[in-house]
Design a protein around this ligand. Structure first.
Ligand SMILES: O=C(CO)[C@H](O)[C@H](O)COP(=O)(O)O
Length: 234
């Protein structure tokens, strides 16, 4: 499958639920992949943490590369790391379909976003809760995906920060129709509707899937809630 096929396929399936692999059972990874495929998840969201940009460590390109042949799902890497320019090619080579870097790690991300695009990877830019939208505004036209962090990055299982809704609304007005608007952190059955109403169409979800006994029910309830809100606004 080529990059363009993958990207268009993803866009045709919005709203999308992207399970955050930070919360998966790594001791039973093959089982987790099977359960997520059965739940018709289209995406795996890989939370890459370096213990420097965020106060936690997770996994890196090597693990993603080893998982890549095991599934056809879209691989979405979220680099919560300092100096992503040093490592970005490792994530491209690992087979990630989209790669998101943070504006707080790269104040001028123009070259990196263009490098991702030229490499056939959907370029993403993330913004932390305390960073104003004006910091990413000059780069929005280079983004295929914009990610609004709705918790302080570093850990799953935190509560949704409600001021993120204003940021989503602001960004929805600034981005093109083509750009995916993602929200990440504290998204579950009680918060997904308001973020969809604000304009998000791509939802990164950890605890509200992996803490449930049936991933298929969890994913389908979340998709349904997001679809209801998207439908009422079109
Ligand atoms: O980026 C993240 C943390 O930095 C995670 O993707 C996010 O927190 C998702 O987990 P949960 O749905 O449990 O909040």
């Amino acid at each position: 499958m080529t990059y363009f096929d993958t990207k268009n396929k993803l866009k045709s399936q919005l709203p999308v639920i992207a399970p955050s692999m930070l919360k998966c059972d790594f001791g039973n990874l093959q089982r987790e992949l099977t359960l997520l495929e059965t739940a018709e998840a289209q995406v795996l969201h890989w939370d890459v943490m370096d213990g420097h940009f965020v106060p936690n460590l997770s996994y890196g390109a090597l693990l993603i590369e080893r998982v890549r042949p095991l599934t056809k799902m879209f691989f979405d890497a979220h680099l919560m790391i300092s100096n992503p320019e040093k490592y970005i090619d490792d994530y491209i080579d690992a087979g990630c379909n989209s790669i998101t870097i943070h504006i707080e790690a790269v104040p001028n991300p123009k070259d990196l976003l263009q490098h991702l695009d030229k490499s056939g990877v959907l370029p993403g830019l993330a913004i932390n809760p305390k960073t104003p939208v004006k910091e990413i505004e000059p780069f929005l036209e280079l983004c295929g995906l914009v990610l609004v962090m709705s918790v302080e990055p570093g850990f799953g299982g935190q509560s949704f920060i409600s001021s993120s809704l204003q940021k989503i609304k602001q960004l929805k007005k600034l981005i093109s129709e083509e750009t995916i608007l993602s929200v990440d952190g504290g998204i579950g059955i009680d918060t997904i509707a308001e973020t969809a109403r604000a304009g998000a169409n791509y939802f990164v979800v950890g605890s509200a899937i992996f803490n449930q006994s049936d991933y298929s029910i969890a994913v389908s309830e979340l998709v349904q809630k997001a679809r209801n809100e998207t439908a009422s606004f079109t």
